[in-house]
Structure formats: structure tokens, C-alpha cells
Ligand binder design. Structure first.
Ligand code: NDP
Length: 224
């Protein structure tokens, strides 16, 4: 199915990088986009640019906040066809030197945040027997890299969850795609340039718009 004016989509981590590029690509096709992120200023700026979009201010790790924003979006937009569970953070460094609170925060945002968003949205899709889910994992879920033991663990957890949940959804009309990007030019590692491992600094990277295009192609393919 083409993404168009009838598509109502929620994107988490919508105000930067892959989520922003995906939100812009969806809005360019006329979709109503629910923009989920924490930073109010960037949310307001993006939503003023994207016609018909709705701000969904929430921390994905906060189950009640996510449920409340998803429910508000479903009521205002009249339904949900597409969810892109993209919000994520990265803290790198040798595992034993990583602040335990930072490690737990990655689990909370990257993995629990994915569970929270899908748990809130999917029952509404099942009621209509129609919808598509995109889980933005990472190449770090498929291959382990030094200094990203915990980050990679959260991405592998998303992968295992998404694969199992995809089986559970079989025959319901709701489908699921997991995305495994390589290195993408975003703000993900910008907060700790001194801790960016050499292998990451030297690697080739792609623009977030390329990942957004691949996501939209996957949605089109799965819905066709
Ligand atoms: P960015 O740092 O550019 O953007 C992250 C987005 O997530 C922002 O909009 C941020 O807004 C939001 N966000 C962060 N924490 C939360 C939270 N607790 N609740 C709600 N929103 C949150 O990252 P990327 O675009 O690079 O990353 C997006 C996804 O892609 C992540 O899951 C990442 O793991 C994955 N990925 C990225 C790769 C890369 O090389 N960049 C490679 C492979 C996968 P705010 O802070 O205002 O909430």
C-alpha cells in the first residue's frame, strides 16, 4: 500500500537523525505524523514545518506517558496505520568503565521504550486488522563491536523481541519490519566524541535520508 494522506503514523525519536528524516519523508507523502520525542523546542519547530503533524511529547521509557500520547494521537488522527519505533541512545566505552546508570538508561530507552510504544499502539491496529510496525535496531544487533557491549545488547534484544512478535502477529493483518542500519550520520554519538571508538570513526556512513527511504520502501513492500 502506498503511504499517502490516509496514512496515520507515529515515529519515536522524531526530532533528529533517522526519525526526523523518516517523519519528513512520511509528511512529504501526505501522511499524518505523530512526532514523539522529549525535547519540546525541537518538537515544536518540526511540527510547525510538517503540515498536519502532531507533537507527542514523551519519554519512550515512561510507559504511562507513551500510552497517553498514543491514545491522544489515535483519537485526534482517527486511527494508526504505521508505527516506527526508532528512539534510541548510545553510550560507548569499555563495559567496566561505563557508568551503570548510563548502561541501564540505554536498556530503558532502546529496549523498554520499544516495548512501551508497540504495546500502546498495536491493540488499536489489531482491532482493525491492519497496520505495519518498524523497529529500528542496528547492525550492532547482528555483530558485536568493542565498546558497544551494552548498546549492542539493547539492539540485539530489540531484534529477538521483534522476530518473536512478528510470528505472534502472523495472520492478524499487522506486519513488522526490523531495520538494521550500519553507521548513519546523526547526532547519536555527538555527545561523547572523545569516546567514539576508532573503528566507528573510520567507518563509512550514510545520510539518515537513505535509511528513511529504505524504511518507506519496506513499508510499501510489506503492505503491497
Ligand atoms: P539521534 O541522536 O540523531 O536522534 C535520537 C532521537 O531520539 C531524538 O529525536 C531524541 O529526541 C529521541 N530520544 C532520545 N531519547 C528518547 C527518549 N527517552 N524518549 C523519546 N525520544 C527519545 O539518533 P539516530 O537517528 O542516530 O538514532 C535513531 C535510532 O537508530 C536509534 O534507535 C539508534 O540506535 C538507531 N541506529 C543509529 C545508527 C547511527 O549510526 N546513527 C546506526 C544503527 C542504528 P529527544 O532527545 O528530544 O527525546
Amino acid at each position: 500500500m502506498e503511504i499517502g494522506p490516509a496514512t496515520r503514523a507515529i515515529v519515536s525519536g522524531a526530532t533528529s537523525g533517522i526519525g526526523e528524516a523518516t517523519s519528513r519523508a512520511l509528511a512529504a507523502r501526505g501522511a499524518t505524523v505523530g512526532l514523539m520525542a522529549r525535547g519540546a523546542e525541537r518538537l515544536a519547530a518540526l511540527s510547525s514545518e510538517l503540515e498536519g503533524s502532531l507533537e507527542l511529547p514523551a519519554d519512550v521509557g515512561d510507559r504511562e506517558a507513551v500510552e497517553s500520547e498514543v491514545s491522544r494521537f489515535a483519537e485526534q488522527a482517527g486511527g494508526i496505520e504505521l508505527v516506527v519505533a526508532n528512539a534510541g541512545i548510545a553510550r560507548t566505552g569499555p563495559f567496566l568503565e561505563l557508568d551503570p546508570a548510563a548502561a541501564e538508561e540505554m536498556v530503558r530507552v532502546n529496549f523498554v521504550g520499544t516495548l512501551n510504544l508497540l504495546r500502546a499502539a498495536v491493540p488499536r491496529m489489531l482491532d482493525r486488522g491492519r497496520g505495519h510496525l518498524v523497529v529500528v535496531s542496528s547492525a550492532a544487533a547482528l555483530r558485536a563491536f568493542p565498546w558497544t557491549a551494552v548498546y549492542g545488547g539493547t539492539k540485539a534484544a530489540q531484534r529477538a523481541f521483534a522476530e518473536a512478535f512478528r510470528h505472534e502477529l502472523s495472520g492478524t493483518g499487522v506486519s513488522l519490519t526490523t531495520v538494521y542500519p550500519g553507521e548513519v550520520e546523526t547526532a547519536l554519538h555527538a555527545h561523547e566524541p572523545e569516546r567514539t571508538p576508532d573503528w566507528l570513526r573510520r567507518g563509512e556512513s550514510v545520510a539518515p535520508e537513505r535509511v528513511a527511504d529504505a524504511i518507506l520502501d519496506a513499508v510499501w513492500y510489506r503492505w503491497s
